[in-house]
Design a protein around this ligand. Structure first.
Ligand code: SF4
Ligand code: SF4
Ligand code: SF4
Length: 340
């Protein structure tokens, strides 16, 4: 083993020992969980009411001036240019996607729709990961917003999001991150988010998150086969319809997952069959920030690592000096030079 490799391994060992010592000292600065903002607003999507009409997708595109997407496979097969909008999933031109999932659950016809869009996490990992605060969570409404002027295009938010939501405009010379911002500008003017405004069945419902959760729990008390009244568009009570209950799995996705989300989902089949990741109650943002704080606690681990590096550099310089023997010391000269 040469000295460089040996030194490198020593430094790594010092760094690892420092990290282990810091971790062993315990997460002294464990970050507290984030609470739902006081004026948190969101959406409740009920897959058992969704008919897959995609009016919400169309409304979303129109409200956000997003260009049409189309399935190039269909275009190739039929030899016509894309005049329809059929994205496979969220992409840089699609902020809201209704997907059809084969669930294999005969009691619900073997399929279910599911809405894909930003979940507006209570403790968003995208916000935690962004190094320049281009993504921020509104302290009142809880909407996770994006500032293109601050964004440096590092795409850490894409890696950090547990729902694979933020998309990058690879095809543009000055690309941005794109994702649903809960129609914040419309909401600020007293309008509904476009998806909730367009939905004819009440499957996509807008309102304060606490009231959406209460509505969700009301529905969890319904029994399959009975008829019930469902609000449409929002919880203000202005519009509703009657529908036959098909049954729910007994939980609301987003009530606790990753510390809670402001887009909530209900379904008749287990959520993992709809492609929703099974997540614990602790947000990833809290977990990663606690680990960082622990490692950097008192700057112990970085100081040890830095000290190791300084020592190695110092030693290399000293050894380099010793190797360069003084010309006045004949004993240190190479054999062949002494005989010149
Ligand atoms: S779903 Fe992803 S992009 Fe949306 S707030 Fe949560 S972490 Fe951020
Ligand atoms: S809230 Fe607005 S941006 Fe978000 S999915 Fe609905 S329509 Fe699209
Ligand atoms: S508009 Fe409503 S019913 Fe139609 S696809 Fe969207 S959520 Fe489903």
């Amino acid at each position: 083993m040469n000295s460089n490799r040996r030194d490198f391994l020593k430094i790594m060992a010092v760094g690892a020992a420092g990290a282990a010592t810091a971790l062993a000292a315990g997460p002294a600065q464990a970050r507290l969980p984030k609470a739902l903002p006081s004026g948190a607003i969101g959406l409740l999507y009920d897959a058992t009411l969704c008919i897959g009409c995609k009016a919400c997708e169309v409304g979303c595109k129109a409200a956000n001036q997003m260009p049409m997407d189309h399935d190039s496979g269909v275009e190739e097969a039929h030899g016509v240019s894309g005049v329809w909008d059929a994205p496979d999933d969220l992409n840089s031109r699609t902020l809201n996607k209704i997907k059809l999932c084969a669930t294999g659950d005969a009691s619900h016809g073997g399929f279910s729709f599911v809405k894909r869009a930003c979940m507006h996490c209570v403790d968003p990992n995208c916000v935690s990961a962004c190094p320049v605060s281009a993504l921020t969570k509104d302290p009142t409404t809880g909407i996770v917003r994006y500032n293109p002027d601050a964004c440096i295009g590092c795409r850490y938010c894409q890696l950090a999001c547990p729902f694979n939501v933020p998309k990058f405009e690879y095809d543009k010379p000055f690309p941005k991150i794109v994702k649903c911002e809960l129609c914040a500008d419309r909401v600020a003017q007293g309008d509904l988010p476009a998806c909730a405004a367009a939905c004819p069945t009440g499957a996509c419902l807008f309102g304060p998150v606490t009231e959406l959760l209460a509505e969700g729990h009301r529905r969890l008390g319904f029994r399959p086969g009975e008829t019930q009244d469902y609000p449409i568009h929002s919880l203000d009570g202005s519009e509703q319809r009657t529908a036959t209950v098909t049954g729910y799995v007994p939980s609301i996705y987003g009530e606790t997952e990753t510390g809670g989300t402001q887009q909530l989902l209900m379904a008749g089949v287990p959520f993992d069959r709809l492609g929703l990741p099974p997540l614990g109650e602790e947000s990833r943002a809290r977990l990663s920030e606690t680990m960082q704080h622990t490692l950097y606690q008192g700057m112990f681990a970085p100081t040890l690592l830095f000290g190791g590096l300084v020592y190695a550099v110092f030693r290399n310089i000293r050894e380099g000096c010793e190797d360069r023997a003084t010309p006045t010391d004949p004993a240190s000269e190479p054999e062949e030079r002494r005989h010149d």
